[in-house]
Design a protein around this ligand. Structure first.
Ligand SMILES: NC(=O)c1ccc[n+]([C@@H]2O[C@H](COP(=O)([O-])OP(=O)(O)OC[C@H]3O[C@@H](n4cnc5c(N)ncnc54)[C@H](O)[C@@H]3O)[C@@H](O)[C@H]2O)c1
Length: 259
């Protein structure tokens, strides 16, 4: 499905990362992959990169640093001449913006969540646009932001912004053949998720209400959908949000009391 595609995969920190599974499946489907990481996380990403069936390089990228974004464009141009697709699997919110502290979180923390988790999709797309001469596919990671959740707080607001950013990118990059879509995943037990105090509360909701059931330790179905959106099978899809959540989003309440 991804034969010959040159893909940039951000957001791998461990082998539990959604992006790790996306990179792994993309390789199995014929893609060439490079990862990104930064700062203290880099050694962990390098370790994860070695665990892929075909070990890959890790490029430096703090998505909030313009110099890293410039370096990324240059390094991908040198490596491949162009890029066919990218996964943005990046999110961060300071501790005081999560876990039930919505009313007290300072503006700086909300802004940090917005910059790293939503504005950064635009930043990454702008860095890759010059490398996508023949079109391309950019995929970001969402957690349904049409409603308010327990504990998700300012990350939820950042995800609402991400949903909007992806639509504006679809508008502006569509004429160049670049598609921009999001995958709205159910809860998965990754480093980012475990960093949300009370994450288990969200995970428990899925156990009670997802009609297909949901395994928080299995990112493979989410990774498969990412690969689909990166592939030519999705060539007429842009500005879309695909829910990969066991059907949870379509159901208003558990079918039987308590689950
Ligand atoms: N795990 C879930 O339950 C879940 C559900 C829906 C959506 N998501 C989204 O999936 C994406 C990937 O998260 P994950 O759950 O795989 O967790 P993860 O912790 O494995 O990945 C998060 C990644 O973000 C990176 N990151 C943070 N700040 C960055 C910065 N300034 N520059 C570059 N990279 C930065 C981290 O290095 C890490 O690799 C996130 O957008 C997350 O919100 C996760």
């Amino acid at each position: 499905m991804l034969d010959g595609k040159r893909l940039l995969i951000t957001g791998v920190i461990t082998k539990d990362s959604i992006a790790f599974h996306a990179a792994s499946q993309a390789q199995q489907q014929g893609a060439s992959v490079v990862l990104t990481s930064f700062g203290r996380a880099r050694r962990m990403t390098e370790r994860a990169a070695q665990r892929l069936s075909d070990p890959v390089d890790v490029l430096e990228l703090d998505v909030n640093k313009p110099e890293d974004l410039e370096g990324l464009t240059a390094s991908l141009r040198e490596r491949w001449g162009g890029v066919d697709g990218a996964l943005h699997a990046i999110a961060f919110a300071p501790e005081d913006a999560l876990g039930g502290r919505f009313m007290t979180a300072p503006a700086e923390s909300a802004s940090m969540a917005f910059e790293t988790s939503a504005f950064s999709l635009k930043s990454l797309a702008a860095a890759l646009e010059p490398l996508m001469d023949t079109g391309g596919s950019i995929v970001g990671m969402d957690f349904d932001a049409t409603v308010a959740w327990p504990v998700y707080d300012w990350m939820g607001v950042a995800k609402a912004a991400l949903e909007s950013v992806s639509r504006y990118l679809a508008r502006d990059l569509g004429p160049r053949g670049i598609r921009v879509n999001l995958v709205s995943a159910g809860p998965l037990g990754t480093v980012a998720a475990r960093g949300i105090p009370g994450f288990e509360q969200l995970a428990a909701l899925w156990q009670a209400q997802a009609p297909l059931g949901w395994d928080i330790s299995d990112p493979a179905p989410v990774a498969s959908t990412i690969c689909f959106l990166l592939s030519d099978h999705a060539r007429a899809i842009s500005g879309e949000i695909l829910h990969v959540d066991g059907g949870f989003h379509a159901i208003g309440a558990p079918s039987t009391p308590g689950g």
